[in-house]
Design a protein around this ligand. Sequence first.
Ligand code: COA
Length: 385
Amino acid sequence: MITGIVRSSVRQYVVRQLTKPHSACFVNHRMFSSHENVLEKAKERLSQLTEDPGNEAKLKLYGLYKQATIGPCNTKKPGVFDLVGQAKWNAWYRLGDLSQVEAAEQYSQYVSDLVGEVSSAAKSDTTPVNYQDLLVNDTKGVRIITLNRPSKYNALNYQMYRDLIDAFSSAASNNNVNAVVLTGTGKYYCSGNDLTNFAPSDSLTPQEMASAARLLLRDFVDSIIDFPKPLTAAVNGPAVGIAVTTLGLCDLVYCSERATFHTPFMELGQSPEACSSFIFPKIMGYSKANEVLLLGHKMTADEAFANGLVTRVFPDEQFEEKVKEIVDQIGSLPPMSLRKSKELIRGLETSFLKDVNDKETLLLEERWQSEECFNAIMKFMQRKI
Ligand code: COA
């Protein structure tokens, strides 16, 4: 009965949002027509929701729908007393110059995530979902998420970023999951951002691509900042770029002696991300952090340990066994105690870290459109020709 009422109110909400007369049917018919299918299908999938997705999700849907149908926010910010109006305006305004095409795609993806999240949680708290390039396994209350794209050394493509956001979100809300361990398949832990993410696109301008990539990266990093349960990285081999910087946001970092830690941001015409511009100097001191972030110095496992990025280094042949012991140990500890203590240790900085993340991703959006970055990516893509 209650589910029925919730379902019908979700439907009513969706119908209200999707049938408002300001939709692009009236404003920009050409653009809406070309994305009618994407939005129509997403609309149909939304009706599968059986639970109210919550205000944050509704606002995100609202912002993306407005962006997809009208384009960048073109209305005045509502007055200070109109709190709902302000929240909706912010959700739309925050999308900046994101193209209508990309907004429609993100809207559709988000609907899939919402429908998937709710239905997988409803199915069973104990059934982890696998993704195309991620493996998800549960053992003793610990969820192990494995980057599983070994042919590309587990480089993160756009879909993997989206799937990781989804995997963190479902691990956060699953009562049977008390902690998460992140690791990689094969020789590498992860070779960082998939550099072909930056390949020129026929449908998007470089600015549209950079803007969409910024929002995805920002949301991905936010999903780690917000993750409420202990997050451990088991670095099975070399780590590059974002696979290194996100370690500063993890609660424990174990690595094989084979691991190396490399952030060649300057070489690539880019800049630090995942709050490393703040966290690395904090844990390593400015002089070491600058050697790593500005000069691209590749740290060995022992160096990363000596500089506070890594908790402990294990001989390679013992790595799997040691990680298993750690999983057993974390799994045996009282979950609420772990969770509350993490909140105590990290909580004070959460909002500050989100500001750092915003700043870093804005700079990256600019860098990704620079000639320095373009030339570096082209060099990588043509290196085997
Ligand atoms: N993005 C996309 N593809 C990547 C990748 C990345 N970040 N890292 C590795 N790959 C792919 C390679 O293209 C190659 O695929 P292919 O066999 O289809 O050509 C495969 O993974 C193996 O890499 P390869 O370069 O052949 O191996 P290597 O041992 O000679 O070098 C690296 C390994 C990691 C040093 C090298 O691939 C590299 O520099 N990658 C880019 C790392 C990077 O700059 N990341 C972003 C940081 S911001």
